[in-house]
Write a protein that binds this ligand. Structure first.
Ligand SMILES: NC(=O)c1ccc[n+]([C@@H]2O[C@H](COP(=O)([O-])OP(=O)(O)OC[C@H]3O[C@@H](n4cnc5c(N)ncnc54)[C@H](OP(=O)(O)O)[C@@H]3O)[C@@H](O)[C@H]2O)c1
Length: 453
């Protein structure tokens, strides 16, 4: 058994029951996390009220909570990426949830990382080039065979054809091959030789890496070693970083507390997906972030600055200095100033407020710009009349996205801000705080003490 917060019925804060519940068991592609902290999101309160019950198909009793961090307690039989004791953070599926508890399970299915090294094409009858081609292939094959995360496909000798495209196509049709290394060798005038190598994700027909090595053809065995070493180093990191789309957990960013990690998944992923994946915010562009001091806003200001954008952010008077400290170039107190009177021609609006705020936002976007709303679909007629774009979206965090956020945290470009911490048993107080709609940064539930080291 374990301590957990459960809902037996949907409703007000009184339905949050702190009680004993069965400890979950991880399936073969899941990890059991010993939870140290759980992040609190506005959506948790909406789920508690039953707002998404039908849409998400959630079943009672339900342990709520999407954001979690902790230590791996047990890894399912098929899990190779994590082992007992690993520090992780995760965004649990909205369907199952389960973060408000001493233990939670997260899906971490393994991506099939089988890789085939195709024979390199040589574009001449030259024997030296043929030797170089097989030398490179042998070097790459034996180095990749030593990488635990990869599974070398059985010798794809039959894939040798005169046409690189045909060979890749044939490899792609084999169910046991997910990635292919292919390449060719060209003899250039004089004593130059050019080796081209490419890494393909054949299941999605997506190039992942390519490089050309233009060298003097003097010591061919040494050249084979040099090319192979460089290729293998890139392949190792490129493929290792690929995660199954439905994977929920990622290694906790180094140097970040468990509480800091627990508040990141939903809010930071929302800011990332809105600004980077949807709006494609670019250096030099201007973004208006409504609610810049809240859970999403704090991450949005930092992500926008990390992308080299100019940031205008709105919040109440008490949060003006706070948003400046996070990097906002210009701050607006929404009670004192109507933003549409002082802001014009922005490239992107990130709106987490909706209603009147959304209505007043159409006029501040430049032609071709975009409004990304977290709550309410923008009005198509308003968008069309102004030649701007707009969309509402629902965040879909994944382990792959958490890995992107980890890079930003470890590069000191992104940090969480926690304004209130509650013990798990005081979950009702945490919900009372998040339901004000005026949280600074994030609220976290402390489930267990962080390890000392
Ligand atoms: N679509 C999605 O996938 C998605 C994902 C995450 C969140 N959301 C939703 O987005 C909303 C915001 O989430 P959050 O986690 O950032 O909430 P939060 O932590 O409660 O923050 C709310 C923020 O809004 C500010 N605010 C309140 N009224 C405002 C106004 N009239 N103008 C400008 N700012 C105002 C607050 O600043 P002051 O305290 O200074 O007033 C605060 O900074 C919630 O409704 C949440 O459910 C949707």
């Amino acid at each position: 058994m374990m301590k957990a917060v459960r809902l037996h019925t949907y409703g007000g804060r009184e339905v949050l029951q702190f009680e004993d519940a069965p400890r979950p068991r991880p399936k073969e592609d899941e990890i059991l996390i010993r939870v140290l902290a759980a992040g609190v999101n506005p959506v948790d309160a909406k789920i508690r009220q039953g707002m998404f019950a039908r849409m998400m198909g959630t079943k009672l009793p339900l342990i709520p909570g999407l954001d979690v961090s902790g230590l791996v307690e047990e890894a399912g039989a098929k899990v190779t990426r994590f082992k007992k004791g690993d520090p992780v953070y995760a965004c649990l599926s909205a369907l199952r949830q389960g973060a408000y508890a001493e233990f939670a399970v997260a899906k971490v299915p393994e991506l099939d990382k089988s890789i085939a090294v195709l024979p390199l094409l040589t574009r001449s009858e030259d024997e030296a080039n043929a030797l170089l081609a097989s030398g490179i292939r042998d070097e790459v094959t034996s180095a990749l065979a030593k990488i635990k995360a990869l599974k070398l496909a059985p010798d794809p000798g039959s894939m040798a054809t005169d046409n690189a495209g045909d060979a890749t196509e044939e490899a792609a049709s084999r169910p046991d091959v997910a990635y292919v290394v292919e390449g060719d060798i060209r003899q250039d005038p004089g004593d130059r030789v050019c080796v081209s190598l490419k890494l393909m994700d054949v299941r999605n027909n997506r190039p992942l890496w390519s490089e050309s090595f233009d060298r003097t053809a003097v010591d061919l065995p040494a050249l084979a070693k040099e090319v192979a070493a460089e290729a293998v180093a890139v392949i190792r990191t490129t493929v290792a970083e690929l995660e199954a789309p439905e994977s929920e957990a990622s290694a906790k960013p180094k140097g970040l507390s468990f509480e800091g990690a627990a508040v990141m998944p939903v809010a930071a992923a929302t800011a990332w997906q809105a600004l980077v994946e949807i709006a494609n915010l670019s250096p030099g562009q201007t973004v208006l972030i409504h609610g810049g001091s809240g859970g999403v806003g704090v991450f949005a200001i930092q992500i926008a600055k990390a992308r080299g954008a100019k940031v205008i952010a709105t919040a109440s008077a008490a949060n003006q200095e706070f948003m400046r400290d996070l990097g906002a170039d210009r701050v607006i107190d929404y009670n004192a100033t109507r933003f549409e009177e002082v802001v014009k021609e922005v490239d992107v609006v990130l709106d987490s407020v909706a209603g009147e705020t959304l209505k007043r936002s159409y006029g501040v976007v430049k032609k071709g710009g975009i409004i990304v709303s977290l709550l309410e679909p923008p009005d198509k007629a308003e968008l069309d009349a102004r030649g701007i774009r707009g969309t509402a979206f629902m965040v879909s965090p994944s382990a792959a996205l958490l890995s992107e956020l980890t890079k930003l945290v470890e590069a000191k470009k992104l940090k969480p801000v926690i304004s209130k911490t509650f013990p798990l048993a005081d979950v009702a107080k945490a919900h009372e705080a998040i339901e004000t709609g005026h949280t600074r940064g994030k609220i976290v539930l402390r489930v267990a003490d962080e390890p000392k080291d």
